[in-house]
Write a protein that binds this ligand. Structure first.
Ligand code: CP
Ligand code: NVA
Length: 306
């Protein structure tokens, strides 16, 4: 059901039914793009970035164009929002011209401020806490490959971060079992874990969080992300010894019987994943990247097309 000015600042701003519908719509859009060629005709979307991006920038830009809309790219020349003018004024001004604001920000609080000031939907395209558009694309990819998501088991191995949180929250909504394995001291947000657990209890999924890489067995797919996220401030030389045992190798893929390897990218060969795995037939990273566009188009369609 479409709400008036529904924003998506975090994964739980979408109901489980909406998530499921968005994945179905995304798959249909990918198969029948011409049916949606005018869906955003006359509409404009501002996409703004406080952090670098390749996939998000291009997939929103091209995706909005494919639906007949206009994307306005606001790059980092404006610096962190709130410096040149208040975030509230940024949101108020943008609402005069555009139909939605897609924002990649340093801090989740900036999204909250933007939403308060904006009279149009605000969509999180990555913050310190969540990356909901990524999770939608990732589960769309698994749905394409497995057909049914409920009952699948996904292992996220590495630094507990924004991508982990979104995979947990959206996965729990979809009934996907999540196994999170992280080095000591690099875990996930306790509130997010608790929220995901409550949702999983309802959907019948399980959530396992551990630091013991040897404690896990049989999973359907393994997911890795960079060991150092944008804005983290960690240095590779300070963490590499701690993270090395969590590197995704062919041996680990085989041991866990994982069918697919996933990564949101940017990826770092022979850091979080060996080149052998990243470049293998089992790697679905480009499917995930392509599906960013279809999943985001389905999300924008849900929020903007009444
Ligand atoms: N996965 C992802 O969000 O990539 P970018 O940082 O390049 O947008
Ligand atoms: N966790 C990573 C994701 C990049 C798409 C980061 O925040 O840098």
């Amino acid at each position: 059901m479409t709400q008036v000015n529904q924003s998506v600042l975090g994964d739980l701003d979408l109901s489980p039914q909406q998530v499921s519908n968005i994945l179905d719509l995304a798959i249909d859009m990918k198969a029948n793009p011409m049916s949606y060629a005018d869906a955003l005709k006359g509409k404009a979307v501002a996409t703004l970035y406080e952090k670098p991006s390749l996939r998000t920038r291009v997939s929103f830009d091209v995706g909005i164009h494919k639906m007949g809309g206009h994307a306005v790219y606001l790059d980092q020349q404006n610096g962190a929002m709130g410096k040149r003018e208040d975030v509230a004024d940024f949101g108020g001004n943008l609402s005069c011209w555009v139909d939605a604001i897609v924002a990649r920000v340093m801090s989740h609080d900036t999204l909250v401020e933007l939403k308060q000031a904006a009279s149009v939907p605000v969509v999180n395209s990555l913050c310190d806490l969540y990356h909901p558009c990524q999770a939608l694309a990732d589960y769309m990819s698994l749905k394409e490959l497995f057909g049914e998501l409920k009952g699948l088991t996904l292992a996220y191995i590495g630094d507990g971060n924004n991508v982990t949180h979104s995979l947990m929250l959206t996965g729990a909504q979809l009934g996907v079992n999540l196994v999170v394995v992280h080095p000591e001291g690099h875990g996930i947000n306790a509130d997010v874990e608790q929220q995901a657990q409550v949702i999983a209890d309802n959907s019948g999924a399980t959530i396992t969080v551990t630091t013991d890489i040897n404690a896990i067995s049989n999973v359907d797919a393994i997911y890795a992300d960079t060991w150092i996220s944008m804005g983290d401030g960690k240095k590779l030389e300070d963490i590499i010894a701690k993270f090395q045992p969590y590197q995704i190798t062919k041996q680990l893929m085989d041991k866990l019987n994982a069918k697919y390897f996933m990564h949101c990218q940017p990826a770092h060969r022979d850091e979080e994943v060996t080149a052998e795995v990243l470049d293998s037939e089992q790697s679905i990273i480009f499917r995930q990247a392509e599906n960013r566009m279809w999943a985001q188009n389905a999300l924008l369609h849900t929020l903007l097309v009444k």
